[in-house]
Design a protein around this ligand. Sequence first.
Ligand SMILES: [Cu+2]
Length: 456
Amino acid sequence: MVTRRDFIRSSGAALLGAGVVSKAAVAAVPEAMIFTDPATQPPLKPASGRPYNPVVTLNGWSAPWRMKNGWKEFHLVAEPVLREFAPGMKVNMWGYNGSSPGPTIECVEGDKVRIFVTNKLPEHTAVHWHGILLPCGMDGVGGLTQPTIQPGKTFVYEFEMKKSGTFMYHPHADEMVQLAMGMHGFLVVHPKNPNFMRVDRDFVFLMTSYDIDPGSYTPKPATMLDFNMWTWNSRVCPGIDPFVVRTGDRVRIRFGNLTMTNHPIHMHGYDFEVTCTDGGWVPKQARWPEVTVDSAVGQMRAFEFDAVNPGDWAIHCHKSHHTMNAMGHDTPNLIGVDQRGVAKKINQLVPEYMTMGSTGMAEMGEMEMPLPENTLPMMTGQGPFGGVEMGGMFSVVKVHDNIKPGDYKDPGWYKHPKGTVAYEWAGDMPEPKRAKAPKADGSELKVRKPSGHGGH
Ligand SMILES: [Cu+2]
């Protein structure tokens, strides 16, 4: 095993070097790289094997490999990991090679791939290569296509990558627990011709959801529907890195869904086309322009656009409860409720009690509410103009002019050209014309009485 510290020492803090050559290159089993940093790592340029244009795993990394007698060999270690969802919250999870998600596996169409899987979990596992066309016995379904991998054991998967595309890997043994604990990873098979569907920036992330009580550290695996943490690569806003893009780049964003519900992913500022699904590349004549693309459970999608419109563009799941963190879930609806009398009475018992929510919940994003240990505010994030009031599945595509090719560092906020930002009207504002102006307290609003038989 190579720890991150050993690795950095041996590589002079270089990027994750592909095909790390060491004494292990002659060993029977390739070294397993363990990496725990949740920051987005630069693309892993191939130093051996067929050439390709690597992807960037948002808040993640790609697995190194070695070539041995014409086989591309990887080593995954299924193990408990500690993952930071965002500063202020760490989670006890299960993952691969030190992280959840596990490292992205990148290979090339036509590659013969050998993947060693070592089980360091307290229970058995098996790895399914989701979407890959392979011999049935390599499909990784515990009990059906192979015996499960017992704790302490290592299994070998061998198959040829028959086609390029967007795939993932995940356990197919005690799935309810192992998915709920964070075991998943991206798998990209690049085209044999590096110029086929070539893009300048190619991002990948996987969506997963967790139920973690505020103040606790471990996801509850028996939860069926009521999840409270909606993550991209086991990170939530404000912990999700931006998608850094240079103006004019051709950009691809690939994602997969391993939650228990669908996610309509919406990107601002552009229309785009879905160019790849789990089944393969979409022919040009079958694509249509969209601004939101839905991903059902178990599905993967990739969309592409030309980044000609600079700015800091929001990208998020359009289910508004999926852009919130844990604290917002069982709150009573107080919108429009006059709480002044309540506060006065409660203040006699609890002097610091505040009423909230009468005018909406935006104030909760702004205020420093006392939180239990190890959780995150429901909605948070600071933008250049104030609180962004988002959590969960939310990030920003930063299309800026002065970004170097291959640079993925956060460039800071977009500088809007003069006269291109929404502004406050300072002139006269006539009252809107109404048949009859309602009183501010709403007392004159006509309320329909219930008819008694649920009818009209
Ligand atoms: Cu969603």
